[in-house]
Design a protein around this ligand. Structure first.
Ligand code: ST9
Ligand code: ZN
Ligand code: ZN
Length: 323
């Protein structure tokens, strides 16, 4: 089965409330992975220290930290999410290489693993096979799922996915083979080395702000899609699912908070029907398409969107956001 067809029927799998409580009864005991708890806690403490150090750092360092966040974010939104997980557009190899490097800046597991978890998330949303099942609460969906062993259903269902497109992509396989080295280089060394070497920023400021704080900000912005945008917001496209349109998450993530739209039309490269508004990831894909680096951009016709809103939406927003 082609990967793009796999994502089409995603919204049909939402369990009823009674299934959920049955899931809870059957759920194996939580196995906490303490190294992850220690690492994430340490990282967040260093990030707080990074906030404290901001006034002592050069404005060039502030800008650099923001740039690493922005570019790493593109490695998630334009890269692993819209290109690799959903195949919502195609990219020539130079763009794929660039997005792979950007993706290493964000260090959110390699493209293969992120994509496999994300496809299983869409296909089995809010069930035990969803790695960050939001019915298990805000904390679990946000970061808790990275601190415990996965539910066996995640692995079982994940193994049934067609990932042949990922195996066939040499750039993804290269990143997977050399992931530790590449993330050390792009997520830690490069962000810290540049301000320290080029404008004599102190090593401490560079490390705490451009590595720890910047990494934590990108992580938490991404995690908000799984937590906030699965628990709070409106549902103009499909009121029967949890994913919601979350304005704060749109702002935090460069256009990834239109999550009710996204779960309803996962193959749309813009992840929204709002056109240009608040969606820098879409602008970048459009620019890449103009440069001939991206092609076959998949969209959903306004007619199809409207029909779906009428049929399954919460109908509260029918007169807004529609151009
Ligand atoms: C991070 C990821 O933060 C964030 C993802 C967020 C997604 C958001 C999506 C929203 C949309 C996009 C929005 C973008 C917005 C961007 C904005 C930017 C401004 N199927 O994993 P193991 C197999 S990462 C099939 O060890 P455990 C696996 O192959 C942060 N198989 O599971 C292995 O088999 P084998 C940094 C699967 O032991 C075996 O199972 N990273 C699947 O339960 C065991 O795998 C971390 O913190 C699957 N889905 O441990 C590290 N999954 O042995 C986190 C696994 O044969 N990870 N398998 O090879 C870990 O430490 C562990 O995975 C664990 C689970 C402790 C969580
Ligand atoms: Zn998605
Ligand atoms: Zn989701």
């Amino acid at each position: 089965m082609a990967p793009s067809t796999e994502t089409v029927t995603l919204t049909e799998n939402v369990p009823s409330v009674s299934n959920r409580s049955e899931d809870e009864r059957k759920r194996p005991e939580l196995k906490i992975v303490w190294t992850n708890v220690y690492f994430m806690s340490l990282l967040h403490i260093m990030a707080l220290y990074g906030i404290y150090l901001i006034p002592a750092a050069s404005p060039r360092t502030w800008f650099w930290a923001w740039l690493c966040h922005f570019v790493g974010g593109l490695g998630i939104t334009c890269g692993v999410h819209r290109l690799w997980a959903h195949r919502s557009y195609k990219a020539t190899w130079p763009l794929r290489l660039l997005l792979m490097c950007f993706n290493c800046i964000a260090a959110q597991n390699d493209i293969f693993e992120w994509t496999r978890d994300h496809r299983v998330h869409h296909k089995y949303s809010e069930t035990d096979a969803d790695p960050h099942n939001a019915t298990r609460g805000f904390f679990f969906a946000h970061v808790g799922w990275l601190l415990v062993k996965k539910h066996p259903d995640v692995i079982k269902k994940g193994k049934q996915l067609d990932l042949s497109d990922l195996y066939a992509d040499k750039i993804i396989m290269f990143q997977r083979r050399h992931y530790k080295l590449l993330t050390l280089l792009f997520n830690v060394i490069m962000p810290v080395f540049v301000p320290w070497h080029f404008w004599n920023e102190s090593f401490l400021n560079a490390f705490m702000i451009c590595f720890a704080l910047r990494y934590v900000v990108t992580l938490n912005a991404t995690w908000c899609v799984n937590s906030l945008a699965h628990l709070l917001g409106s549902k103009p496209y499909d009121k029967s699912i949890n994913p919601s349109e979350s304005f704060p998450v749109v702002l935090m993530t460069g256009g990834e908070g239109f999550h009710n739209f996204h779960h309803t039309f996962p193959q749309d490269y813009a992840t929204s029907e709002l056109g240009m508004s608040l969606n820098p990831s879409k602008w970048i894909i459009d620019i890449c398409a103009m440069l001939g680096l991206a092609y076959d951009l998949k969209t959903t016709s306004p007619d199809m969107v409207l029909k779906r809103r009428m049929r399954t939406g919460d109908k509260q927003h029918l007169n807004h956001h529609h151009d």
